[in-house]
Design a protein around this ligand. Sequence first.
Ligand code: 6PG
Length: 228
Amino acid sequence: MLREVVVHPTSQALFEGAAQRFLALASASLERQGRFRVALAGGSTPKGLYSCLAGAAFPWERIDWFWGDERMVPPEHPDSNFGMAFQALLSRVPVDHQRVHRVETERPDPAGRYETTLRDVFGEPCPRFDLILLGLGTDGHTASLFPGSTALDERDRLVASTLVPGLGERITLTLPVLNHAASVMFLVSGREKREALRAVLHPEPRVPPRPAGLVTAPRLWMVDEAAI
Ligand code: 6PG
């Protein structure tokens, strides 16, 4: 499967379907290789998925948790992607806290530090995530790779720090990492995403692709009817 699009009637059906896929992928990965390394998405859409997952029985302690991007705020800040996932999921299931690898935004050089963590945990030049969860912005951004950002051109670094006009500093996985993933799952809900989703799923010739359209890893688009 290089690209699959699954349309769900409602956002709740999307979250439930995504939770089933997440658990199936995690189970298969633990069975096959004794590990499951996942990068969580930020923003608001994934919160519904994380809440669904929190109700499932699973060997949560065997999962290594990462983030696809992070805002440059403290972990307890309402805008923190770590904080959102912690509140919706990681504080509600028995994870191994040694396996929770957040971006340490309160320490110096968070991007460099996170990159070192990736290299240490994965033990390879470019980490191959078993699953990367991603969202889609109304402008077609994903993670913190925004249209026109120099981070889109990064081919050597695993993690970039990028200043997003109007949003501030962000820390993000770069495209080489996203495209080295064994699988990617996009979560897209709501009418406001319709234009961006169409532009990514049906790109026009000679029109520069949106950042999410540059993700070429095997990918599953979980979308609701409002967004398609
Ligand atoms: C972030 C996310 C970002 C998000 C999209 C969609 O840190 O905000 O990484 O890429 O997925 O902006 O956000 P919503 O799910 O809130 O619409």
